[in-house]
Ligand binder design. Sequence first.
Ligand SMILES: Nc1ncnc2c1ncn2[C@@H]1O[C@H](COP(=O)(O)OP(=O)(O)OP(=O)(O)O)[C@@H](O)[C@H]1O
Ligand SMILES: [Mg+2]
Length: 282
Amino acid sequence: MLNVRDLALAVTDPVTGDETAILHGNSFELAQGEALGLVGESGSGKSMTLRCILGIEPEGARVSGDIALDGVDLRGISGERLRRLRADDLALIAQNPHGALNPVLPVGRFLIEGMSDARSLGREAAATRAAELLSDVGIADTERVLRSYPHQLSGGMLQRVIIAGAISGQPKLLLADEPTTALDVTTQAEVVAILDEKRREFGLSMLFVTHDLDLAAAVCDRLAVMKDGRIVEIGTPEHLRDHPESDYTRSLMDARPQLYPAGHHAPDPGPPHIADAEGTGS
Ligand SMILES: Nc1ncnc2c1ncn2[C@@H]1O[C@H](COP(=O)(O)OP(=O)(O)OP(=O)(O)O)[C@@H](O)[C@H]1O
Ligand SMILES: [Mg+2]
C-alpha cells in the first residue's frame, strides 16, 4: 500500500548555502495492515522520513525518489488534491499531543471537526459519536473529557484523544512518531496497547517511529533499522535478533540481550488497563 523508492532528502543551510544530505536513497514497502517500525538512534532520519511522506519537509529541502500510497504518487500531487489525501488517508500521531490540538478549543470540538460527515450528522449525533470514540480508546468519563481544554488533561489522556481522532477517520496509513516518549512509563504501555489494538481492529497500516527497540519489536511486524540517514536493514524483530546482517543492528540487539531470548516472540503489550491510574485523573 505504501511504496517508498530511493527516498533522498538534502537541506541547504540558509546562511552558508551548504547542502547536507539527510536521507540517502531509502526504499521500503508497507503492506496493507502491516506495522513497520523505523528504529535507530537520534538524528538517523526517522522523523524526516515521515515528514517526506506527509510532504512537510523543512524549508529549503530537496527531495527525490518516489512515494506512492495505493498507487497514488504523493510527490506528484499538490494543492487541494494533496490536502484531501492527507486529511483522508494519512493520520499523524506525534510525540507531543499538545501540538496537534488547538489550545483554545475543547477536545470535543477537535474530534467533531475531524469527522468528515460532521455536518450531515448534526450536532447531537456528532457529540454522541465523539463520546463513543473516546470510550473506544478506554476513556471512561467521556463527557468531562469532551468539555475539557487540552491543558486540563494529562498527556496520556490527550494522546488517547489523538488516537481516537486518528482512527475515526479510518485513514489508510497511521504515522506514529515516538507517540509515547513524552509519557510516563505506565501510561506509555497503556497508550501503546490501545494504539496497537485499534490498529489491528481496523486493519490499518502503520509506520511506527521509535528509538525503543523493545517497543518497536512488540508492536511491529517488521523493523527498518536506520543509521545516519540510511536504512541499513529490514526484517522481522526475530530475524534481526537472530540473524542481523549489519554490525550496527547486531550492536543494537546486543545492547538488550535479555529481552528476546532465542525462540521467544516479542512481548505482548497486553490488554489496555484503563480504568485505574490515569483514567480518572485530572
Ligand atoms: N528542520 C531541519 N533542517 C535541517 N536539518 C534538520 C532539520 N530537522 C532535522 N534535521 C537533521 O536531519 C537529520 C535527521 O533528523 P530526524 O529528525 O529525522 O532524526 P530522528 O531519527 O527523528 O531523531 P530523533 O530520534 O532524535 O527524533 C538530523 O541530522 C537533523 O539534525
Ligand atoms: Mg524524530
